[in-house]
Design a protein around this ligand. Structure first.
Ligand code: GLC
Length: 719
């Protein structure tokens, strides 16, 4: 039911004023820069002098004082007193930057994820930000796509848990509360399936696959109460998501009962023309508004076309009113009509940004996001003696990852700084730690490598900090080469040939192709981009002050040629019976089918044994014993998978249905249980909107990762 004051406002607004309320522009357009005139950007967008006082929202004011000035000016000029809404991209922290979401997905610790969002919300609220364009719930299977860094990973269940935790952290019980912001989930829908891993490329998914794998995370955001949704750049069934009525009206509004506001992605209404689904801006505006897109980000077809469309009888003004009401209701849910400045407070913002408490939380989340991939008894390191340190990330502070918001490299802790702070007694000998720019450039490093080997001649063990440049990850950063750069590979090879024990630390925003590096390393640590506390978190793990507990949220391919390689695959009609089985089965002549490291994989300094997988009498509760058989206390992420052996459509060979982190002291044993629910056994049989349960045989599996599990097969007739 629309509040009377909102209905009254809409009644008083002209059609152009409504169109302006449905428009979102960057600060440049709001005339804060005195020399703003209509010949510049405003002119390009055919904006009229009066328009700006009616524009509904601004994209990207990351400055409390600036926002106060902007809001004050806006309220003076807007005749209805409608406040401006400020939306920003705070995806893994604002000034205190947390690990990239793909790394936080590896924590499998949803409390930690929620905490990271709560810190981000606190810093954002005092900055004058009302809504963040996060969480991103796009399911990803192709590391060539630079935006895998923004995703929780390749699994439907984990992505859904991650997204709901982020929404809870951002919004709390009520986003109008102090230190909370609204959440806008994205990119609806299926953006992560871009063909070839090439950003903005075609997405072509069946409805069944879209519903089974890609939509659940967005649905989780809706169920968690996210205030907004953002449409994706890509097509869904050859219709751009931005104008896709099935997606926006049938699924989002009707099936999911989403009552929030829907915003386009940047200029994506205009891009409907490029997609070839609108002849011009007028048709793009028509298709967008009839699909139910409420806010046009950084294009102005609503402003320039809606009046004519209504005048021509092609669009009913009532449809536009529905969108304007959703925009005003969003501002009302944020409390902006009562207090247009909400928590905006420059002094408070300075006080909380990067506070010791926030850094402490960031360090904790970072440690939990690190994944130990290999360890031939070289880790943890002793805090004494001499150790070599080489590679472009050894001393670099460019570890924030993509979408770093207000993060500053100079406020990050480098790996070397972390090592020194954690173990001042260790003698660190550095070599070839030159800046990241060398990563991108080839060039002859023969002499430098020889010097490095010579410099490190007395170091038996060498930490080699390698990876990809953080500005090569994120939006519009797709790559066809995922191995380490040639000069890094040359350094690794030379040190390996010199007989050094190599501890490889990989800094990346995506799974890189590490087969060569892995073969030459005694230990391999996936460091992702961990944000401000990177060096401290890594030192905690390397010296054993924190027992690594991260598990991969995305498979690591052996080669580019394997992509896409993911754990919850279909069986096919000719599955391999063994690695060596290559005769007329689904396999490669020149490679294994399995990834280098599978989903859910990660090592610890402890060792956990699983036993006694069993089912209750009614077969609806599974149990398994987990024992810490080592002498080191640690945390295991127990993973539960289910397979539907035979159904009306082919079902994955396994699907993660539950995970539980359990901390066990040395020698401690614990029995864990899984209550099997109908939801766990149900799936989308075709494009029907509701998941179905089909009686039959199911395999219930438990274990330490997707390729190291044991299972029990059981027939379940009803549940
Ligand atoms: C970008 C991204 C989107 C972001 C938006 C606003 O193009 O696709 O994730 O939220 O524009 O910056």
């Amino acid at each position: 039911m629309t509040k009377p004051f909102i209905a009254e406002l809409v009644k008083r607004m002209s059609l152009r004023e409504k169109a302006a309320q449905m428009t979102q522009l960057t600060p440049l357009f709001f005339g804060l820069e005195e020399d703003m005139d209509l010949t510049g950007p405003l002119g390009e967008k055919q904006l009229k002098p009066d328009d700006m006082k009616h524009v509904g929202s601004v994209l990207g004011v990351y400055d409390a004082s600036k926002f106060i000035r902007l809001q004050r000016k806006h309220l003076e000029e807007n005749p209805y007193g409608i406040p401006l809404m400020n939306l920003c991209d705070v995806t893994h922290g604002l000034r205190t930057v947390f690990p990239i979401p793909l790394a936080m997905g590896c924590s499998f610790d949803m409390e930690a994820v929620k905490q990271s969002a709560a810190v981000a919300a606190r810093e954002s609220a005092y900055m004058g930000i009302h809504v963040t364009y996060a969480p991103m719930g796009d399911l990803v299977r192709d590391p060539r796509w630079g935006r895998v860094m923004e995703s929780p990973g390749e699994d439907t269940y984990l992505n859904a848990r991650f997204v709901e935790s982020m929404v809870a952290g951002f919004q709390g019980d009520d986003p109008r509360s102090p230190e909370k912001v609204g959440a806008c989930f994205k990119h609806f829908a299926g953006y992560g399936a871009a063909e070839g891993g090439r950003d903005y490329n075609t997405v072509d998914l069946s409805r069944g696959v879209l519903r089974e794998y890609h939509l659940p995370a967005y649905l989780a955001a809706v169920r968690a109460g996210a205030l907004m949704a953002m449409t994706s750049f890509n097509t869904v069934e050859r219709i751009p998501a931005t104008v896709n009525k099935w997606l926006l009206r049938d699924v989002l509004r009707k099936e999911w009962q989403f009552a929030g506001a829907v915003v386009s992605d940047f200029n994506s209404i205009d891009e409907v023309i490029c997609h070839g689904v609108a002849a011009d801006g007028k048709e793009a505006a028509y298709k967008s508004v009839t699909a139910g897109l409420d806010i046009e980000m950084m294009s102005t077809h609503y402003l320039n076309e809606l009046e004519q469309l209504v005048a021509a009888g092609e669009v009913n003004e009532a449809l536009i009113d529905q969108s304007v009401i959703r925009v005003l209701e969003l501002k009302d849910r944020l409390g902006l009509f009562e207090n247009p400045y909400k928590d905006c407070d420059p002094a408070k913002s300075e006080e909380v940004n990067l506070s010791p408490e926030h850094r402490r939380i960031a360090r904790d989340v970072a440690r939990k996001s690190i994944v130990l991939l290999k360890n031939e008894d070289v880790l943890p390191l002793a805090k004494r003696g001499k150790i070599g340190l080489a590679g472009p990330f050894a001393e670099s502070r460019k570890v924030l990852g993509g979408w770093w918001a207000l993060g500053k490299a100079e406020e990050c802790v480098s790996l070397k700084e972390g090592l020194i702070q954690a173990a001042p007694g260790v003698e660190i000998v550095t070599a070839m730690t030159g800046e990241l720019e060398r990563i991108r450039n080839g060039g002859d490093v023969k002499d430098e490598v020889a010097d490095a080997v010579d410099t490190l001649r007395d170091c038996e063990t060498v930490i080699v900090a390698v990876g990809e440049h953080m500005e090569d990850t994120g939006e519009a950063c797709s790559k066809t080469e995922l191995r380490l750069s040639p000069n890094q590979r040359k350094l690794i090879e030379a040190l390996s040939e010199a007989g050094k024990k190599l501890i490889m630390i990989v800094f990346s925003g995506r799974p890189l192709v590490l087969e060569e590096a892995e073969a030459r390393s005694a230990a391999l640590v996936q460091a992702w981009f961990l944000g401000n506390e990177s060096g401290n978190a890594l030192a905690d793990v390397l010296f054993g002050d924190y027992n690594p507990s991260g598990r991969l949220s995305m498979s690591f391919p052996r080669s580019i040629g394997q992509i896409p390689v993911y754990y919850n695959r279909l069986n096919t009609g000719r599955p391999q019976k063994s690695e060596s089985d290559k005769d007329f089965v689904s396999s490669y002549l020149d490679s294994s089918n399995s990834p280098l490291f599978p989903f859910g994989y990660g090592l610890s300094y402890s060792r956990f044994e699983y036993s006694g997988l069993s089912l209750s009498e009614d077969a609806l509760t599974a149990s398994v014993q987990v024992e810490n058989v080592s002498s080191v206390g640690g945390t295991e992420t127990v993973q539960w998978y289910i397979r539907d052996i035979a159904a009306s459509v082919s079902r994955p060979v396994k699907e993660l249905k539950h995970f539980e982190k359990v901390s066990l002291q040395a020698g401690e044993k614990r029995t864990l249980h899984l209550k099997i629910t109908k939801e766990m056994l149900s799936f989308y049989a075709d494009s029907s909107s509701d998941p179905v349960f089909e009686p039959g045989e199911f395999q219930i599996m438990a274990g330490r990762h997707s390729e190291d599990i044991s299972g029990i097969t059981v027939r379940i007739e009803e549940i």
